[in-house]
Design a protein around this ligand. Structure first.
Ligand code: FE2
Length: 316
């Protein structure tokens, strides 16, 4: 909310500080002013700021260092550098050092207010998304915890999948997508009847058909959450097989999203190496040989190789 948003202004000219303060307090933002870097640093240690506007030409700190310190106090803080006409090159250059925007002084209050409003709205949306994700994740963990045998399943599958993705040198955002999808991959089991989901013995064909609906149920549960859109394909396809004989769509090979192929290997290994009502956990060597048997049938062999390598190097 606007009234909770805090802005820190760092500038050695007090007239400039007052000008900024006037504009922002009129908008209802909380404003802190620092005329020296030590003063600013004191604020940063004690308070979270949505936005920091820092002069590129402070006498007691290099602006690159200042940006670094602001970001390490809170990486979600939006950093704007400010500069007079003669220093504008420096301000532009600051975008390469972690600043997200710059303004030239004297500034236009209308412009700056419009852009600060957008920034703060976006931050609010992101923090709502994080909270929403945490809530859904808590549900997934609660689902695992109901069954002694699947307790910790989602977390372990996620750890394995992230280790594989890391070893493949995937981009950070792809790894994060896999992490989130890993935590939620079985969320659709919420929609499966307890006597089927928690049944200790072998499943009948009809019961197995029920279980096989969980990727579709998961997709339906998560679809209304816009911020999860890019994770849903991984969740929906985590039971596809590389040879095309899996479910729900029977996709094959590279048509299965990479993240779903990774989750599939991680999921199978975790299931094999944990106790089940009808069998004890398989030893690691047996589980590995099962993964090898599934090469190009159930699993993408490239991912099997990477995972075995990761396990042997004890990276998980
Ligand atoms: Fe599953």
């Amino acid at each position: 909310m606007k009234e909770e948003a805090c802005i820190l202004i760092i500038d050695d000219e007090s007239s400039m500080l007052n000008e900024f303060e006037n504009v922002f307090t009129k908008e209802g933002y909380q404003v802190r002013k620092a005329q020296t870097w030590p003063e600013a640093y004191e604020y940063l240690k004690n308070q979270k700021f949505n936005v920091v506007i820092t002069d590129v030409d402070m006498p007691d700190v290099d602006y690159q260092q200042a940006i670094k310190e602001i970001k390490s106090a809170d990486k979600t803080t939006y950093v704007i550098t400010s500069a007079g006409y003669s220093e504008i090159d420096k301000a532009m250059e600051s975008l390469n050092h972690g600043a997200q925007n710059y303004i030239s002084k004297p500034f236009d209050p209308i412009d700056i207010i419009a852009s600060i409003r957008r920034v703060i709205e976006k931050q609010k949306l992101q923090s709502d998304n994080v909270q929403l994700f945490d809530t859904i994740k808590a549900l997934a963990l609660a689902l695992d915890a109901r069954d002694h045998y699947t307790h910790g399943h989602s977390q372990e599958v996620t750890d394995y999948a992230v280790a594989i993705a890391g070893d493949m040198d995937l981009a950070l955002e792809d790894i994060e997508r896999i992490r989130d999808a890993g935590m939620l991959h079985d969320i659709g089991k919420i929609g499966i009847r307890d006597e089927v989901l928690l049944k200790p013995g072998r499943l009948t064909e009809e019961e197995y058909t029920q279980i096989k609906k969980h990727p579709e149920i998961g997709r339906k549960i998560l679809e209304p959450v816009r911020s999860l859109a890019d994770k849903i394909p991984l969740i929906y396809h985590h039971h596809e097989r590389f040879d095309g004989h899996g479910y729900p769509e029977g996709l094959a090979g590279d048509n299965i999203p990479l993240g779903a192929r990774i989750l599939s290997v991680a999921d199978a290994y975790q299931a094999m190496t944990s106790d089940r009502p009808y069998r004890k956990a398989l030893p690691q060597e047996v589980a590995i040989s099962e993964l090898n048997k599934g090469r190009d049938k159930q699993f993408d062999s490239r991912i099997v190789d990477i995972f075995i390598d990761v396990l042997k190097k004890n990276k998980v």
